[in-house]
Design a binder for this molecule. Structure first.
Ligand SMILES: Nc1ncnc2c1ncn2[C@@H]1O[C@H](COP(=O)(O)OP(=O)(O)OP(=O)(O)O)[C@@H](O)[C@H]1O
Length: 265
């Protein structure tokens, strides 16, 4: 088990090639227990592919991945999830025709432990996990709604509820506030803080920089499959390479004034 000074996740020279394209190209990083690590970068930088590799959706072409002392490089997505790593997706990933509660039941049933037998007979522990996850994200009152009828924010919350129902130690959130308005972004921000307060280690991808920078204790910027920046949130807009390849001068200027105002609050 990882202690507080031992990385929970270690990636060493991780890569994923699609033919001649190196979507992820030699990424090495560590994530400490309890940390919120933010990942940014332009479209096509390899952020989602990196998540896919670490969570076992796709196999790495090279490198090693360790989670909580185990080498998980060759593990499948189910085994990685059972070990305590959950994730959400950029696009909606629910069973549209099932209810909110049924969606979370599927996650709780198959995401917590390996099932020897098929079927949806739910133990009391699983039922409790489902109710707790629904209440945690605030979807308790909508448990009987059909997933396809949910508005965008609730669909995002449903994915988070599914992830929470697997009892994770670490969660990967892929663009959790993409397409949301300012109030909805604040709502998700509060929820991420609540996850962190529970001791869950968080890695998140986001293009909404204020969200990314205010939540993260450390930030990585990727470009062409590689890490081009690693540092504190307030250093991101100061980095010339990041400004040129990703932020642009306008956004960098706004972020700098955001941080200098925050210094004076
Ligand atoms: N299954 C695949 N087959 C071929 N190429 C792929 C595949 N998945 C991703 N890619 C390519 O890999 C590169 C990285 O894509 P990825 O989705 O990881 O980027 P990203 O940083 O998450 O982008 P965005 O911010 O737009 O979500 C892109 O050029 C993409 O087209």
């Amino acid at each position: 088990m990882a202690g507080s000074d031992t990385p929970l996740l270690t990636c060493a020279q991780v890569s994923r090639h699609f033919g001649s394209l190196a979507a992820v190209d030699g990424v090495s990083l560590q994530v400490m227990p309890g940390e919120v690590l933010g990942i940014g970068g332009p479209n096509g930088a390899g952020k989602t592919t990196f998540f896919d590799v670490v969570t076992g959706i796709t196999a790495p072409s090279g490198g090693r991945i360790r989670f909580d002392g185990h080498d998980i490089t060759t593990w499948g997505a189910d085994r990685i999830c059972h070990a305590g790593v959950a994730r959400t997706f950029q696009l909606n990933a629910a069973f549209d025709h099932l209810t909110v509660q049924e969606n979370v039941q599927v996650a709780a049933q198959f995401g917590r432990t390996a099932r020897r037998f098929p079927g949806l007979w739910l133990s009391d522990t699983t039922k409790t996990a489902v109710q707790e996850a629904l209440e945690f994200v605030g979807l308790g009152a909508k448990r009987q709604m059909i997933a396809r009828d949910l508005p965008v924010l609730d669909r995002k919350l449903l994915m988070i509820a599914g992830a929470m129902a697997t009892n994770p130690r670490m969660i990967f959130l892929d663009e959790p506030v993409g397409g949301l308005n300012t109030d909805e972004i604040d709502h998700i921000q509060a929820l991420v803080r609540k996850m962190q307060a529970r001791g869950i280690t968080i890695v998140l991808i986001e293009h909404v920089m204020r969200f990314l920078l205010s939540l993260s204790s450390r930030v990585i910027i990727m470009h062409h499959g590689q890490v081009i920046f690693e540092g504190r949130p307030d250093q991101v807009a100061e980095d010339q390479t990041v400004v040129e390849t990703y932020l642009g001068k306008g956004a960098a200027g706004r972020l700098k004034s955001h941080f200098s105002e925050a210094d004076h609050v």
